[in-house]
Design a protein around this ligand. Structure first.
Ligand code: ATP
Ligand code: MG
Length: 212
């Protein structure tokens, strides 16, 4: 399965969710590869940090921020059960190529209507791709919900305007995710019992259900 995390808006959690999803899907029988399709190379930086700190390798990471991604990924993915593409902000040609490569596109959005509306372009690209790739699946995931709040009516209404569903799991704003970026660790490596680790496990379960 090839899963792409895409959203033209920057800083919405594409890389955070890509690495955490990879961590959940990887296991002794499940080889996972993260394809860093962002010229900023954040997923590669994160992986390098792990290596330098001597943390165990949980999944592979390769950099491929090229518009030919969709031609290269199937070959690169031959020995992986799952490939997770961490998309770049803004670069339309790369997003289009990632959609072409993907079986499932996950669009992170922050819980404000403005952030949801920022998904217009990526949703158009997904809709366009579905014309010649009808099996393509796509879903929003709300990230950075403020702890103790519910997703407001305005946000749900904004999400409902789009032809793609929202995952039932919502990821909250949690310090451990910032620590994760800084330390090269996954949330469940920082604290296996933390709420962030539970949310990530639920997020991965939603993804598994979509893939089934
Ligand atoms: N749920 C969260 N709680 C707290 N911090 C978060 C959360 N999700 C992401 N962040 C932080 O927000 C910043 C941006 O996240 P991330 O790099 O994953 O976004 P991105 O969409 O990949 O950004 P870019 O578009 O620049 O690639 C990072 O510092 C990350 O640690
Ligand atoms: Mg990123």
């Amino acid at each position: 399965m090839i899963i792409a995390l895409l959203q033209q808006k920057g800083g919405v959690g594409k890389t955070t969710l890509a690495t955490h999803l990879a961590g959940e899907l990887a296991g002794p029988q499940s080889n996972v590869l993260v394809v860093d399709a962002d010229p900023q190379g954040s997923a590669l930086d994160w992986t390098q940090k792990r290596t330098l700190l001597g943390l165990p390798r949980r999944f592979g990471t390769v950099g491929l921020a090229r518009e030919t991604l969709h031609q290269e990924v199937p070959e690169i993915a031959r020995h992986a059960q799952h490939v997770i593409i961490d998309g770049p902000p803004r670069v339309t040609a790369l997003a289009r190529s990632a959609i072409l490569a993907a079986d499932l596109v996950i669009v992170p959005v922050q819980p404000s209507p403005y952030d949801v509306w920022a998904s217009n372009e990526i949703v158009s690209l997904i809709t366009e791709a579905k014309l010649y790739k009808p099996a393509l699946k796509a879903a929003f995931v709300v990230n950075r919900r403020i702890v103790g709040t519910v997703i407001g009516r305005e946000v749900r209404a904004a999400l409902a305007e789009y032809p793609i569903r929202a995952l039932s799991t919502v990821i909250s704003q949690r310090v451990v995710f910032a620590e994760s970026a800084a330390s090269g660790q996954l949330a469940n490596e920082i604290d296996v019992r933390c709420p962030a680790a539970r949310e990530i496990a639920a997020f991965a379960a939603d993804i598994r259900a979509l893939m089934a």
